[in-house]
Design a protein around this ligand. Structure first.
Ligand code: ADP
Length: 462
């Protein structure tokens, strides 16, 4: 139950609203009760003063005892009790319980000492008293008025009851309203989570419906939608990569399978078996190259590739690759030349840089017909070094230039080179260049040749 935000919100609301309401009610109750008590005392005092004035006229006429009785009788008001004392001597009282209340509260003693009107409450009879000293004709008279507190207490109790019943009722209404409000405002979240729950790898193209893209939930849905788009793209790339990879591996596997099956099905000479093994060896080499390229790319994708960087001479590395590539160029009748002016010291990963150079050279030789030329140049500038591999080969159609660095991309099947390229060569070139904070570009013209330029910054370690 507490796992629901709706319930938690409502409970917090109940707690906050309840505390606020209880505090407010307590404040109103105490302010009103103080006010009523003050009004009660003021009215009691006013009566005592009028009584003292009335009595004063009798004292002036030296008619004290009869005047006191008449004053008490005259002012005998409903509910009120009155009494007049001369010092401690009772002159007149409206009822015996008035005298009893005066005695039990000792109000006369306090009044005489303070000379100010004195209030007291007789808790036994539940009455409030006021005593006023009236100095008349050289004698101190005490005029006492008392009134039962029952009505005032009844009023306060009624008010208390209203608060006691009204407070929970208001709280129940508030909680109900709060719950409905929480449900209504959280409904879009429920809708979003239901929609999101329906989306899986199979229907990643679906998107959450956004009622208002500008409010908070609309923005949240927007963020989830863009996350879904990125996921969809990654899934698509992964699926294509898997499909391409299996497709690439299928050809050499089929050749190995066919070759071995033929060899096993008949008795052959040692020469035949060597021939079959040579085919199998070549195809397994091709598979190993594809798998190693895929691994390098996958590692780079996962960000796991921790390059071992070392100080090397790039001119030596490229020269070595060119020497090795002569083995491919010479039988094909392609003229391979290398030009480098000076030593180029570079910090990078030797293996990756070699694969980059070898792939560029292999491509240049493979896609250049016999009689063509491949020239390799290493140009060192203050901040960077450029490796330029130019050939006079078949070139790349303009519409394909942007895609040749994509994984498994080949311009077209009919141009596939003799050793069956996998379409990963230039992806590795791009990966190597970017791993060294560099870049690779190509300029090509069909029938005239292509120039690949790798640009590597000199002052940055990989
Ligand atoms: P592959 O292993 O098929 O050579 P790459 O990734 O190395 O794969 O190259 C992708 C495609 O780009 C190749 O299929 C080829 O058509 C084209 N290509 C690459 N280098 C050259 C080049 N020097 N001249 C012409 N086309 C090239």
């Amino acid at each position: 139950m507490f796992n629901s935000i709706r319930v938690r919100l409502t409970l917090w609301y109940l707690l906050a609203f309840g505390a606020l309401l209880a505090g407010f009610s307590a404040y109103v109750y105490s302010a009103l009760s103080q006010d009523l008590n003050r009004q009660f005392d003021v009215s009691l005092l006013r009566t005592a003063h009028s009584m003292a004035n009335y009595f004063a006229e009798f004292v002036e006429r030296k008619n004290v005892a009869a005047g006191a009785r008449e004053t008490v009788l005259e002012l005998q008001l409903e509910r009120l009790g009155t009494a007049i004392f001369r010092e401690d001597e009772l002159l007149a009282a409206s009822a015996p319980d008035t005298v009893a209340a005066v005695a039990s509260t000792s109000i006369l003693v306090s009044s005489r000492t303070s000379r100010e009107p004195v209030f007291a409450t007789d808790s036994r009879s539940g009455k409030r008293l006021v005593a006023v000293t009236a100095p008349l004709d050289g004698v101190n008279y005490e005029v006492v008025v008392l009134e039962p507190l029952a009505e005032l207490r009844g009023q306060l109790a009624r008010m208390g009851r209203i608060i006691f019943v009204g407070l929970p009722a208001a709280l129940i209404l508030a909680v109900g309203g709060g719950f409905l409000l929480a449900r209504k405002s959280l409904q879009p979240v429920v809708t979003i989570s239901e929609q999101a729950a329906r989306i899986s790898a199979r229907n990643l193209d679906e998107r959450l419906k956004i009622a208002n893209p500008k409010d908070e939930l609309g923005k949240l849905a927007g963020v989830i939608n863009s996350l879904l788009s990125r996921l969809e793209t990654s899934f698509r790339i992964m699926r294509e990569f898997m499909a391409d990879a299996s497709h690439e591996l299928r050809t050499p596997l089929a050749i190995i399978h066919g070759e071995s099956e033929v060899s096993l099905s008949r008795d052959g000479t040692a020469y035949d078996y060597r021939g079959s093994l040579a085919v199998i060896h070549k195809q397994s080499n091709r598979m190993a190259r594809i798998v190693s390229d895929m691994l390098a790319l996958a590692r780079a994708d996962a960000g796991k590739q921790q390059l071992i960087v070392e100080e090397l001479y790039l001119n030596d590395l490229v020269e070595e690759c060119c020497r090795a590539a002569q083995a491919l160029a010479v039988p094909k009748g392609v003229q391979l030349t290398y030009e480098s002016s000076e030593d180029v010291s570079f910090r990078g990963n030797e293996e990756l840089l070699k694969r980059m150079a070898v792939n560029l050279l292999d491509n240049a030789i493979n896609y250049t017909p016999s009689g063509g030329r491949v020239s390799v140049k290493l140009a060192s500038e203050p901040a960077r070094v450029r490796l330029i591999v130019a050939d006079t080969g078949i070139g790349i159609p303009p519409e394909c230039v942007d895609r040749v660095f994509d994984r498994f991309y080949r311009v077209d099947g009919s141009r596939t080179r003799a050793d069956g390229g996998s379409g990963l060569g230039l992806s590795i070139v791009k990966l190597a260049a970017e791993s060294h904070q560099g870049s690779v570009d190509v300029i090509s013209q069909v029938g005239h040749g292509s120039t690949f330029t790798v640009s590597l910054p000199l002052d940055q370690a990989a």
